[in-house]
Write a protein that binds this ligand. Structure first.
Ligand code: NAP
Ligand code: ZN
Ligand code: ZN
Length: 494
């Protein structure tokens, strides 16, 4: 325990120095109590991970970032409040320019002040927290209750920037939360769309990843569905309103009460940014966690949490099964799962891929037929063939050409999410009473059903396991349709 006395400005060097001394001394953690003018101002405490002591960059992170994020910002807020200068837009930036650039001071300051004062997250007006006398009264009068939980992760610091190693905050385990030690995280093309702001403005730094498989390492007191040691998964959402008709019907992904909370690139109920699976730990409400059946290895199970459910849900909804001719367009991460699942459901499966490069694999995965869409004859040969076409293509397609491949009353269901709009001649759906539809991931209960289905049929995804340093290269390969068939990050390498 280091007690630090001095002027405010001294603290910004004294706190990191005290943390570094604790690391050097081999302490299990550090507690720093800061006094200004004999008054207790702030307590900072937390355990060190072994890596934080032994790996140089981790050590730098804890001294520079851990102290900055957890201590400096709280101090800055208090200092500035004391001086009557608390302007979230400018002064904190003096101490933490990156954070200021992202425009996040207000959220972080609010969070830190609430926790530093040992209070639950603040739900009153932010300005009340900036009130110096009441903040100090709370600090002096209350025992700290918050164990900060930092976790290593890989983040895009800005749109289109390469991903790099970083340390992120995970919230303390709440009453209904589980803490998951992430073992594997899949790379979905959606990660790339978002990290490059292809779908519009995004939140940075961004830790992508919504195909998460891991093991529960802690549960909150109200948790009933999971226990420490359980093998679990988290997909594209970590919360929703829970009250709208869709949430009640198990269609949380279509929540109309404010929308689902994405696993990353979203703000949670407290206004905190969510961070995804390219990380070693995550804290998630138990209602948004699913169980990975024993028969499925965690690495091949991870991609099921998005690629699996995104194809399973529409295939079930549009009744893919015996006697149905189903085409899967694009054989990447989603597409290869679409082939496996449609085959397991008993449908006659055709792959429509840009080329025949992956034909042998497609047939092995369960396709009955495989055609190249680069060959114009494919479209004449297959005209009027399919009951259902599921497109997983990440780029704009010629919808009219694909709609011509449907039987009367057939459905073209799109799950691919290209960055640009696509053109459509409406006569393509008028003739033959055809359906053009879309589908988004799947609900929590259906995700569990899909995992159980895959385990029963004895398959997960086809994966290329990579280390964290290979993420940027993997992104380029996905963009070049050169993935067989899902990259999965071994998070132990982060
Ligand atoms: P992926 O692994 O990159 O697979 C996409 C496949 O589409 C490629 O492997 C390629 O297959 C084909 N393709 C790519 N560019 C093409 C082009 N210009 N023309 C024709 N075909 C092309 O991506 P993914 O992770 O499966 O994701 C696919 C899309 O689904 C992404 O846009 C993603 O954001 C979206 N997505 C949507 C949901 C949802 O809920 N709706 C969920 C997850 C992902 P071939 O080499 O076989 O031609
Ligand atoms: Zn995805
Ligand atoms: Zn809802």
């Amino acid at each position: 325990m280091a007690d630090i006395q001095g002027s405010y400005d001294d603290l910004f060097t004294a706190v990191p120095t005290a943390l570094a001394a604790s690391l050097d001394a081999g302490d299990a953690g550090a507690a720093v109590a800061v006094f200004v003018g004999g008054e207790p101002v702030v307590d900072v405490w937390g355990g060190f991970a072994d890596a934080e002591r032994t790996v140089p960059w981790q050590r730098d992170t804890i001294v520079n970032v851990w102290s900055v994020t957890k201590t400096m910002t709280a101090l800055c807020a208090l200092v500035l409040a004391d001086r009557g200068e608390l302007d979230p837009a400018a002064p904190v930036a003096r101490y933490w320019p990156e954070f200021a650039a992202a425009g996040k001071e207000a959220v972080l300051v609010r969070h830190l002040l609430a926790h530093t004062a040992g209070l639950p997250d603040w739900d009153g007006p932010v300005d009340d927290l900036y009130d110096w006398p009441s903040a100090t009264a709370r600090l002096a009068g209350q025992a700290p209750q918050w164990e900060p939980g930092s976790a290593a992760g890989y983040a895009a610091p800005a749109a289109k920037a390469p991903l790099e190693r970083t340390t992120i905050e995970r919230r303390a385990v709440g009453e209904f939360d589980v803490l998951i030690d992430i073992k594997f995280a899949g790379i979905c093309h959606s990660d790339i769309h978002q990290a490059r702001e292809g779908w519009g403005e995004a939140i940075f730094p961004m830790v992508p990843g919504h195909e998460i498989a891991g093991v529960v390492s802690e549960v909150g007191p109200g948790v009933t569905k999971f226990a420490v040691g359980d093998r679990v998964g988290v997909g594209c959402m970590v919360d929703s309103c829970r009250e709208c008709d869709n949430c009640k019907a198990g269609l949380e992904q279509y929540c109309t009460g404010g929308g689902m909370t994405g696993t990353y690139n979203a703000l949670d109920k407290n206004g905190e940014p969510t961070y995804g699976g390219y990380s070693q730990k995550i804290v998630v409400d138990e209602n948004y966690v699913v169980r990975i059946p024993d028969g499925l290895a965690l690495d091949v199970a991870a991609p099921l949490l998005c690629a699996g459910i995104t194809t399973y849900s529409p295939l079930k909804h549009w009744n893919a099964g015996p006697g149905k001719k189903v085409a899967i367009v694009g054989m990447g991460g989603l597409g290869h799962m679409g082939v496996k699942i449609a085959h397991a459901l008993g449908a006659e499966v055709t792959v429509l891929s840009q080329s025949l490069r992956k034909k042998d694999d497609g047939l092995k995965l369960g396709a009955d037929h495989y055609y190249a869409t680069s060959d114009p004859e494919t479209f004449t040969k297959l005209a009027g063939t399919f009951d259902l076409i599921l497109s997983t293509v990440s780029a704009p397609l010629s919808l009219d050409a694909y709609l011509s491949l449907l039987k009367t009353d057939g459905a073209f269901v799109n799950v691919g999410a290209p960055e640009e709009p696509v053109a459509l001649n409406l006569f393509s759906v008028i003739g033959g009473r055809k359906t053009l539809a879309g589908s988004g991931i799947g609900g929590i209960q259906e995700t569990q059903e899909m995992l159980d289905f895959c385990a029963e049929h004895g398959f997960g995804a086809e994966i290329e396991l990579i280390g964290a340093t290979e993420i940027n290269e993997a992104y380029e390969r996905v963009l070049g349709s050169d993935v067989r068939y899902r990259f999965v990050i071994d998070t132990a390498t982060i």
